[in-house]
Structure formats: C-alpha cells, structure tokens
Design a protein around this ligand. Structure first.
Ligand code: ADP
Ligand code: MG
Length: 262
C-alpha cells in the first residue's frame, strides 16, 4: 500500500523542498518506487531541485481536471518520479487547491513524498489532507518552532501521524537543543541537518546533495531520515578512529581465540 508522507513546516524557507528532493533520491536508491509531489502550488520549485525546468503538464493541470495524474509524472535519472507544479503565474491564478489523494494512490507507488506549502491557508491544508503521515521541519529557533507547533496542532486535528521532527540549519551555537525541542513537541527528532553552504551549492547545481556528494556528512544525516521512514537501522560509515578500534578489537579477539586452542 502507498504511504503518502508530507514534509511540512509552519514557516516558509526552512528546508522542506531540500529535504523532499534528497529523501526522494535516497528512497529510490533504497529500491523503493517513489514519487515526489510539489503541492506548493503558489510557490513551485521542487522540479528545479532536480533540474526539471520545462514540463508541459503539471499538478496544476491535474487539479484543474485538464490532465490525468500519470501525464504529470517525470522520471529523474536517480529513479524518483517527479510530479511538478507549474511555474506559470497564470496557472497559479487559475487553480484552486484540490485533494488528489485518490489519483496519487492510483499510481501504486511504495512511497509518495509531498512537498507542502506553508501558512494556514487552503493550499497548506489541502497538502496535509492528502497525506497519511507527516514530517515536521523546523529551525532550532523560537519563532520557527512556534509556527511549527501550529502546524502540529492542525496535523493532530486531521488525525495525521507525525513521524518526527527534522531540525534544519543547526549550527552548534543554537540556544535550543535537540532534546529540548523534542520534549517541547513531544515528538522524536529524526534528523539533524547542519547549516552548510554545500546545500546551496547543490541546489544551484540542480542536483540533490545525496547524489552530488553521497559521502558528505549531510548526506549521512539525510540517509538516517530515509532509514527512519523505512524502519531500517542506520549505521553511519566508520570514521578513521572507529576503524582503528575495530581493527585492534579483531586482533585481540583473534589472539584470545588462538590461546584457547592451545
Ligand atoms: N542546511 C542548510 N544549510 C544551508 N542552507 C540551507 C539549508 N537548508 C536549506 N537551505 C537554504 O534555504 C533555502 C530554502 O530552502 P527550501 O528547501 O526551499 O525551503 P522551503 O521548501 O521550506 O521553503 C534553500 O534555497 C537553501 O539555500
Ligand atoms: Mg519549498
């Protein structure tokens, strides 16, 4: 059965689209049949994160009943299917948000990630309504957190399951720490993405960081979130110190075993 997972926040510009584009690519790499949907119909940009710039049919056409959902699906080289929103101002003005959950389910994907709009208007509520589960994104700062709390309250009203919080743009100098934020929301923190210029560079290159720099520590953080979604245990790649410790431990075990034999 398809899981429709929305990435939501209270405030705009917190990293939802960046998170959707990276998780989409990772889940596809994990062998899942994945689609990402731009439900931010007044501020489309999910396609751009993947380098999808020109597309004749978009989610706007589907919402206007001018096209079927299958016509609005574009395959990315990473394996993820993209359902973009139109960049045209005319489409924005002409389109009323419409719940296309049934259409999305009919695609028979394993996972569909929904890039939501922000604010408390019809567009955002429509995106939330389409989802079964949600991931709440915030920065570790009070105004963004208070906006995110409003979104959490709405999600609860709609009876949506919230998988957890992703803290984005974490600097290490933030006054609010992961554990405080987790207890404030009464939700687990499932990802901590540091503030890093490399994210902006990847967006400029129109290629998610997990594809451009798969070994970067930020890509590992994204992988941790993807594994959480899949219910898989995440094991970070060993650092140099861990490799040395493991090598010594193996040698000691070997010595102990060989003494036993004598
Ligand atoms: N961890 C990060 N470090 C640095 N810049 C980031 C990070 N995450 C996002 N950004 C920047 O913030 C901008 C907004 O991110 P975006 O994913 O578009 O947010 P939203 O979809 O919530 O509006 C991006 O264009 C990028 O430049
Ligand atoms: Mg966005």
């Amino acid at each position: 059965m398809t899981r429709i997972i929305g990435v939501v926040s209270g405030k705009g510009g917190v990293g939802k689209t960046t998170i959707v584009s990276n998780l989409g690519a990772l889940l596809a790499q994990e062998g899942k049949d994945v689609a990402v949907v731009d439900a931010n119909i007044t501020g489309a940009n999910l396609g751009l994160h993947y380098g999808l710039i020109s597309y004749p049919i978009s989610i706007h056409d589907v919402m206007k009943n001018n096209a079927s959902i299958t016509d609005a699906v574009y395959k990315h080289s990473s394996g993820v299917d993209i359902i973009p929103a139109s960049l045209s101002f005319e489409d924005v003005l002409e389109t009323t948000p419409k719940n296309i959950k049934e259409g999305l389910k009919s695609l028979n994907k394993d996972i569909i990630l929904v890039d939501a709009a922000t604010g408390l208007d019809r567009e955002t509520l429509n995106a939330i309504e389409m989802c079964d589960e949600l991931i709440l994104v915030t920065h570790p700062e009070l105004p963004t957190i208070s906006d995110a709390l409003r979104t959490k309250t709405i999600a609860k009203k709609y009876n949506k399951k919230i998988l957890g919080i992703v803290l984005n743009r974490v600097t290490g100098k933030d006054a609010l720490k992961k554990d405080n934020i987790s207890s404030f929301f009464e939700l687990p923190v499932i990802g901590v993405i540091p503030e890093d210029h490399i994210i902006r560079k990847s967006i400029e290159a129109k290629n998610p960081i997990v594809l451009r720099h798969p070994d970067h520590k930020i890509s590992s953080e994204f992988k941790k979130i993807a594994y959480n979604i899949l219910g898989k245990k995440f094991k970070a790649k060993s650092g140099i110190l861990e490799m040395v410790v493991n090598a010594i431990r193996n040698d000691v075990n070997f010595l102990v075993e060989s003494y036993k034999l004598k």
